[in-house]
Design a protein around this ligand. Structure first.
Ligand SMILES: Cc1cc2nc3c(=O)[nH]c(=O)nc-3n(C[C@H](O)[C@H](O)[C@H](O)COP(=O)(O)O)c2cc1C
Length: 315
């Protein structure tokens, strides 16, 4: 609880927000794949300042990811084709989770990706039993051949995978949606109907960059996922459409680099936000986003960010 003097009176803001039975101490979560397992950033920023961390996408077995080059800068954005490089879920639980558990009040979200329904189910069972706070089901990775986005881009496939993991998931189940679809509302409803406790969006937008001298794609994978400020208006629109279509909470992301950016998503209906690519530019960006949200609360006399969530006044 932080207090300030407003119009002569003591004005208190509690930045805490509820998220399907959990309490985030503020609405800002580091986005999966851009914050490692937290440890990588601990030297540069205070992890206690964050509401939560969604760790790098985990698979049942370790993965080396795609061949490089797999990162390319674009105008106001980044294209990546990392392809879920990670040490595997068991190594995460053994080597990384204890470090994150050392930050009381930090909500730890395990981002889980599979190639088949059976893999998703086994992985979610393992992670939810291991003591993470929530699972973020990654059905939206554009950089893997099997699974990933192919599960998130069809209502039927999305519904099947969410229904399959629901019974084994003992923690809140957040389903991360892909923006590479025509109607995000239909996918949001399909995930909710199949048992999701919350939604997060957007994952990256499928893109491509070409080296005109070599006439080759810049990424070895040919295509990759676009993130960063370039995608923000698309992400805000999709967050608004998804949040208006479901009753479960929505976490918004895509290009957030400031408190004002985060507030756009929250006015559009997101109860919390994730910050991704901006961590590569400034590793302490999350705490600046938190301060920006607090300043906005004070400016509009909100004692909690929840008071302005969904406060958009559409024309
Ligand atoms: C290098 C990189 C790796 C990523 N890896 C993952 C991942 O493992 N799992 C996932 O769900 N999203 C992953 N993402 C997507 C981000 O979590 C986020 O959804 C997306 O980048 C949009 O947010 P941003 O513009 O703030 O980065 C990755 C993004 C980047 C840039």
């Amino acid at each position: 609880m932080n207090s300030d003097s407003k119009n002569g009176a003591e004005f208190a803001v509690d930045l805490g927000v509820p998220l399907c039975g959990l309490r985030l101490k503020n609405p800002v979560i580091a986005a999966s794949g851009t914050f490692g397992f937290g440890r990588e950033y601990a030297e540069y920023t205070d992890l206690n300042a964050l509401g939560g961390v969604s760790v790098k996408g985990l698979t049942l077995l370790p993965r080396r990811g795609n061949r490089p080059p797999r990162i390319a800068e674009t105008s106001y954005g980044v294209l990546n084709s990392v392809g879920l490089q990670n040490p595997g879920a068991e190594a995460f639980v053994r080597d990384e989770l204890p470090f994150l558990r050392g930050f009381p009040g930090l909500v730890v979200i395990a981002n889980a990706a599979g190639g088949t329904i059976e893999e998703y189910t086994e992985l979610v069972r393992l992670l939810s039993d291991a003591g993470v706070d929530a699972i973020e089901l990654n059905v939206s990775c554009p950089n893997v051949k099997e699974g990933g986005m192919s599960f998130g881009a069809s209502e039927r496939a999305l519904s099947e995978v969410v229904s399959a993991v629901r019974p084994v998931c003992k923690k809140p189940l957040i389903v991360k949606l892909t923006p590479n679809v025509t109607d995000i509302r239909a996918l949001a409803r399909a995930a909710e109907d199949a048992g999701a406790d919350a939604l997060s969006l957007i994952n990256t937008l499928l893109g491509m960059k070409i080296d005109i001298e070599s006439r080759r794609p810049v990424l070895r994978n040919n295509t990759g996922g676009l993130s960063g400020p370039a995608v923000m208006p698309v992400a805000v629109r999709m967050t608004w459409e998804a949040a208006s279509s479901v009753k479960i909470p929505v976490i918004g992301m895509g290009g957030i680099a400031s408190g004002d950016d985060a507030i756009e998503f929250m006015l559009a209906g997101a109860c919390a936000v994730m910050v991704g690519t901006a961590n590569f530019v400034g590793p302490d960006v999350c705490s600046r986003v938190v301060s920006g949200i607090e300043a906005y609360c004070k400016r509009f006399s909100h004692s909690s960010p929840s008071e302005f969530v969904g406060g958009l006044i559409p024309w």
